[in-house]
Design a protein. Structure first.
Length: 399
């Protein structure tokens, strides 16, 4: 994804650029009545998180749990020309912390141009802040109605480092080819990954490490057969971050490969995703460099019943380093407890769509390991418990 100083659509300037283009198009849009194409929507989710030991998204293990998991979003789109779409979303999200991360921010904002659109194929390009295409759920992960559970599988969709995988500022291209029995899609982008509040999730806050995005890329190829009865996708990325610790500079490189498969029978579905994740860093002022490959995978069965209800069961597994699966070598080096290097999560979930605009959900997690616990909630891994349980309840609205 491209360094912001070299792009006219960088983080600080993407909103003004989109605004100028909207204003430039508005006289013609008004004259031709395309303001009728304006659409605006929003959503709100509030959750209660209760754990027996480790904290997750706030002080969940004390008192009556934590209410510090809130998502509020508003989006709008406008089509000033048959081949051009302007779309943006502002998001306020609190997931633990002191509330500073809940400041509204641009989630995505793109100018989408389709030079080719027919019954057989589509070709388009997006400029601005685009959502990263990886896995099945990343591009819509903030809307509870698009998720199969309150929490997505944390081994693939890390909430701990959510901003890194969420979006990027740059250019994205997409293509779609429709066949008799299926659809093949490709999406790829180059830009600067967003790194909001990322420093304190990758490194202990007392260390003072500064993290910023650098030129990175991402791509996904996806095939849907028979109207989505069977779906397969392969996602890959080359993510680069610049590290700064006082006068010392360093780099972090993250290269995930994700295979996604789903079979949907209509009333029930089986979903599985697996990833290999290579992470390498250079030496940064006393923080030694490293190079390791982790693995992630989950298998999920969901079933719909009584039209508006759905339940699921899922097994989710994370290993931070394939060469030290148990974390014992990590612990022997005095770097932290062994259970901080893995997490196995058994999840049971239930959803009730009260009506098209209201969703109620509940789920239970039994977790062995703390590999995906946010550092914000548990800054000292040595104070955590290896085995712990979590209950979540969520009310979601959309309009």
């Amino acid at each position: 994804m491209i360094e912001s100083k070299s792009l006219p659509w960088s983080n600080r300037r993407s909103c003004p650029l989109l605004l100028m283009l909207v204003l430039a198009w508005s006289p013609a849009a008004l004259a031709e009545g395309v303001m009728d194409s304006l659409q605006a929507h929003g959503f709100l989710s509030q959750a209660l998180v209760v754990t027996d030991h480790n904290d997750f998204f706030g002080p969940s293990s004390s008192g009556g749990g934590s209410l510090k998991y809130t998502e509020i979003g508003a989006n709008a789109s406008l089509r000033p020309h048959p081949n051009v779409l302007l779309a943006a979303q502002v998001l306020s999200r609190r997931a633990g912390g002191d509330g500073r991360d809940a400041r509204p921010a641009l989630d995505y904002g793109v100018i989408d141009y389709q030079p080719l659109s027919s019954q057989q194929r589509t070709l388009g390009i997006q400029v601005g802040r685009f959502k990263n295409p990886f896995g099945f759920y990343n591009q819509t992960r903030d809307v509870a109605f698009t998720r199969p559970s309150i929490l997505l599988p944390q081994s693939i969709y890390f909430d701990r480092t959510r901003s890194l995988g969420l979006s990027a500022d740059g250019v994205s291209v997409y293509a779609e080819e429709r066949f008799k029995h299926g659809t093949l899609r490709f999406t790829g982008g180059v830009g600067t990954p967003t790194t909001r509040d990322l420093s304190g999730q990758l490194y202990p806050s007392q260390l003072g490490m500064e993290v910023s995005g650098s030129t990175s890329s991402i791509a996904q190829i996806r095939y849907e057969h028979s109207g989505g009865g069977f779906t397969a996708a392969l996602s890959a990325a080359d993510v680069n971050l610049d590290l700064g610790l006082g006068p010392h500079d360093g780099e972090l490189n993250f290269q995930p490969w994700i295979l996604s498969l789903q079979y949907d029978e209509g009333t029930w579905a089986i979903t599985g995703e697996a990833a290999l994740r290579n992470i390498s860093t250079t030496d940064t002022g006393g923080v030694p460099g490293s190079d390791m490959t982790g693995e992630s995978w989950y298998v999920q069965y969901s079933r719909r019943f009584l039209d508006d209800w759905q339940w699921l069961v899922r097994y989710d597994s994370l290993v931070s380093d394939r060469d030290d699966r148990s974390g014992r070598a990590y612990e022997a080096q005095g770097r932290g407890p062994a259970h901080a290097r893995f997490a196995d999560d058994i999840t049971l979930g239930l959803q009730w769509r009260v009506n098209p605009r209201v969703l109620l959900a509940a789920e239970y997690h039994h977790v062995d390991g703390t590999g995906w616990l946010p550092l914000r909630d548990e800054p000292d891994p040595s104070d955590t418990r290896r085995r712990w349980n979590m209950l979540l309840f969520q009310l979601s609205l959309r309009f």
